[in-house]
Design a protein around this ligand. Structure first.
Ligand SMILES: [Zn+2]
Length: 102
C-alpha cells in the first residue's frame, strides 16, 4: 500500500510536469507542476503514515507475544508453594522474594 502510494505520487509528478510542458505556456507549466508536486507530497505523507502504522503494529505484536510468554511462565514460591506469573518479582500470596525462575 505504501509503495503503491509512492509510485502513484512519482507518476503524478511526471504526468503533471509533462502536461505543463505540452501546454506550452510557462505559467500553466508552473501551475501543473506545483499542483502535481503538492498532491504527490500528500501521497508521500500518507505512505509515511502507513509505514509508521505498520512499524507500530509490529512493535505491539512483539510486546504482546513477550507479555503472553511472561504470563505463561509460572513461578512457585519457595516459602508458601503458591504458583504465580513470572512477571511478578515477589509472591503475591506471602510477599516472599522470587529466586531463580522455574
Ligand atoms: Zn509465597
Amino acid at each position: 500500500m505504501a509503495k503503491m502510494l509512492i509510485g502513484t505520487g512519482i507518476t503524478l509528478v511526471i504526468v503533471s510536469i509533462l502536461t505543463g510542458i505540452l501546454h506550452g505556456d510557462f505559467w500553466e507549466f508552473i501551475l501543473f507542476s506545483v499542483s502535481g508536486v503538492s498532491f504527490a507530497m500528500i501521497l508521500f505523507g500518507l505512505s509515511y503514515l502507513i509505514r509508521l502504522k505498520e512499524e507500530m503494529l509490529d512493535v505491539i505484536t512483539i510486546h504482546h507475544h513477550y507479555y503472553r510468554e511472561l504470563h505463561m511462565t509460572k513461578r512457585t514460591c519457595s516459602n508458601c508453594s503458591h504458583e504465580y506469573d513470572a512477571i511478578h518479582n515477589t509472591c503475591p500470596q506471602c510477599g516472599s522474594k522470587a529466586k531463580a525462575s522455574v
